[in-house]
Each structure stands twice: as C-alpha cells, then as structure tokens.
Design a protein around this ligand. Structure first.
Ligand SMILES: NC(=O)c1ccc[n+]([C@@H]2O[C@H](COP(=O)([O-])OP(=O)(O)OC[C@H]3O[C@@H](n4cnc5c(N)ncnc54)[C@H](O)[C@@H]3O)[C@@H](O)[C@H]2O)c1
Ligand SMILES: O=P(O)(O)OC[C@H](O)CO
Length: 332
C-alpha cells in the first residue's frame, strides 16, 4: 500500500516508520526542506528523532501534492490548533477513496471539534473513510521498536481494519474500536492531566498526589465522555487509562515535562520554550473547559490547569481551592 504522512515531527516520522515496517511505501510530508533532505540522504530525522535510522521505504518531500499522489492511506500528525489551516489547501489532491487517519491528540479552540472532525471538514471526507490512532504511544519508544499497542478507531469497522492491517508489525499491535469520540477525547484530555501531574511533581509532591490526580483525572475524562455519548469501556482501555499512565509517568512526555517546569516556578512562555515540542494540553485545556461548561459537566482538574496556565493564579491557591471543594461520594 502507498501511504502518506503529513507532519515530519516526532510522531509523524515515527508513524511513517511504523507503516514502512508493516510493508507500506511511505511519503513523509513536512514544511522543512532540511528535514526532508536529511531523511532522504541519511535516513535520519535528527531534530525530532535523534539516533533513529528510518526504513528505506520512507521518502520525505516538501511537495504535498506529490506526497498525496496515489496514497490510499493518509495520516496526519500536526499541531492540533493549526492543522485545519495547514491541510485545507491540499483537499483537491487527496485520492477520492483514500482513508484519512488522525494521529493528533487535541481539541480545536473555538469549534471544540475533535481532530477527525477537523480533517473531515478540511478535506471533505466522509466519516466512513476516517480513522484515529491513539494509545500509550510515546514516539521515541516506538521509533526504537519497543513493543507497543494502540487503538485504531473508526465508526466503520472496515476502515479501522484497513488501518490496523497497514500498521501491524512485530512491535506494533493495533486494536480496533468503533468509539471514535471516546478514543479522541481520551487522547486529548490525558494531556491536561499529564500537565497537572507534572505540576504536582514540580511542586515536590510524591506518588500519592500523582495517583490521586491520575485517578480523579480519569473520572473527569469519563464523566465528560459519557455526557458526549462515548462508550464507558473505552476509558479503561489503551486509549484511556493506558495513555494516561504512559503520559503521566514518562519524562519523555512534553505535557508532563511542561507541567513540571510550571510546578518548579517557570512561566508558561518559558516552559513552552524549554519543552520545545507540541504540548497539546496547554490550549486543549481551554477547549475542554469550554466544552465541559457547554454540557454542564464538572471538570475541576481541567479548571485548575486553566487557572494556573492561563489565568495566572498562584499554584498554591488553586490547589487549596481544589482540596476545599465540598466532599462527595467517589462514584458521583
Ligand atoms: N510525539 C509523540 O510521542 C506523540 C504520540 C502520539 C500522538 N502525538 C500527537 O501528534 C501530534 C503531533 O505531535 P508531534 O509529537 O509530532 O509534534 P512535533 O512538535 O514533534 O512536530 C510537529 C510538526 O508539525 C510541523 N508544523 C508545525 N507548524 C506547521 C505549519 N504551520 N506548517 C507545516 N508544518 C508545521 C513542525 O515543523 C513539526 O514537523 C500532536 O497532536 C501530538 O499530541 C504525539
Ligand atoms: O509527549 P506528549 O505529552 O505529547 O505525549 C505523547 C503521546 O501522546 C503519549 O501517548
């Protein structure tokens, strides 16, 4: 199968290698000519994946139309808040029967759309041809071919199966799911919880605090997901709890790392600069807060992250307010 990947950052480049290792011929599109030349010349993307050798069947280009030419599967890994404007100009170059795959974990500000919805609108693709891939998938571990599972979700099982077949290999094991809403919401929301866990780490708290934030974070994700008609089982699966564990535990996570800088006293601007990658939780915290308010769902950890990152409220005061909320039963 011919495949194209949009976005030659950490995850796009890694996913191109996943597809190639599963037998696809892959065109990797990015805006950066230096990255394309390096990938084609040396098989490396040293800025985003230092020390990794890419398969020969990954070829890079800065020409989107040539990347899309003949591609039956098109995967997109770009920053969520910019993807609509980046990909829209190429709608006409997409093959009419191509399957489109979102690899992104964010919610668009303003529209509150999930990334599969943004791609569907930008490229005029029916949901029957759209899938998402999400799970405990730290790019730098997968690029080293460490054993990993993921979820491929599509409203149409046959579409999820196409993507699962195109990616499965000796180190990458996709599970299919039809709960696109639950899988995408989980992937986006866990970034906010990872920022909160990072802040707790940076403030010097230990594992009790981390476990509390993760567990109550999952309760929050599930509460909003159920209000949006997601399926409960998704949240205890790989895209839910699995990704929450990986992202909150790993120093490789940009969201976790950004939170830790904030917890140690950095400003948001400095934390973003130091983290140096796409930490989706920063803006998605605002999108999720707005979405939750629109549906009357209580999201106290998300509210706390927005207060600390975007309203300039002192961490200690926000934490004090979180703990001072009226007590309640665990399942409420
Ligand atoms: N890195 C991971 O481990 C990982 C794993 C799973 C999902 N994701 C998700 O994948 C998405 C992309 O993350 P990433 O890690 O690849 O980010 P990254 O920061 O490593 O790469 C982003 C890429 O987007 C490009 N880009 C940014 N603005 C652009 C523009 N205006 N035009 C063209 N290209 C532009 C950058 O040049 C870069 O190549 C995010 O939603 C993230 O949550 C990341
Ligand atoms: O580095 P992060 O925080 O964007 O997390 C990467 C992946 O989403 C982990 O599954």
């Amino acid at each position: 199968m011919r495949a194209a990947v949009f976005g030659s950052g950490a995850w796009g480049t890694t996913f191109a290698a996943v597809l190639a290792d599963a037998g696809c011929e892959v065109s990797l599109w990015g805006r950066d000519e230096g990255v394309a030349e390096e990938v084609n010349g040396t098989g490396q993307n040293s800025r985003f994946l230092p020390g990794i050798s890419l398969p020969d069947s990954v070829r890079a280009t800065v020409d989107a139309a040539s990347a899309l030419d003949g591609a039956q599967l098109v995967a997109v890994a770009l920053p969520s808040q910019y993807v609509r404007s980046i990909v829209s100009p190429f709608a006409g170059a997409l093959a009419p029967d191509a399957v489109v795959v979102s690899l992104m974990k964010g919610i668009e500000r303003g529209s509150h759309q999930r990334m599969s919805q943004v791609l569907g609108e930008a490229w005029l693709v029916d949901t029957a041809r759209i899938a998402v891939v999400s799970g405990p998938n730290l790019a730098k571990e997968i690029a080293r071919k460490q054993p990993t599972a993921t979820v491929v979700a599509s409203e149409f099982e046959a579409t999820a199966e196409v993507v699962a077949r195109a990616t499965a290999s000796g180190y990458f094991r996709p599970y299919t799911n039809t709960d696109v809403m639950g899988v995408e919401l989980s992937g986006a929301y866990k970034n906010i919880i990872a920022v909160a866990v990072g802040i707790a780490d940076g403030m010097g708290f230990g594992h009790n605090t981390t476990a509390t934030v993760m567990t109550r974070g999952l309760a929050e994700i599930t509460r909003l997901g159920l209000a949006l008609d997601a399926k409960p089982d998704t949240f205890s699966g790989l895209a839910g709890m699995g990704d929450l564990i990986a992202t909150c535990a790993s120093p490789l996570s940009r969201n976790h790392t950004l939170g830790a800088h904030i917890g140690r006293g950095s400003s948001l601007v400095d934390a973003i600069a130091t983290t140096g990658g796409t930490a989706e939780g920063v803006t998605t915290s605002q999108s999720i807060q707005e979405l939750a308010r629109a549906h009357g769902v209580d999201v106290p950890i998300c509210d706390a992250v927005v207060a600390m990152l975007h309203a300039g409220e002192p961490k200690e005061a926000v934490l004090g307010a979180l703990l001072a909320r009226p007590r309640k039963a665990e399942g409420e």
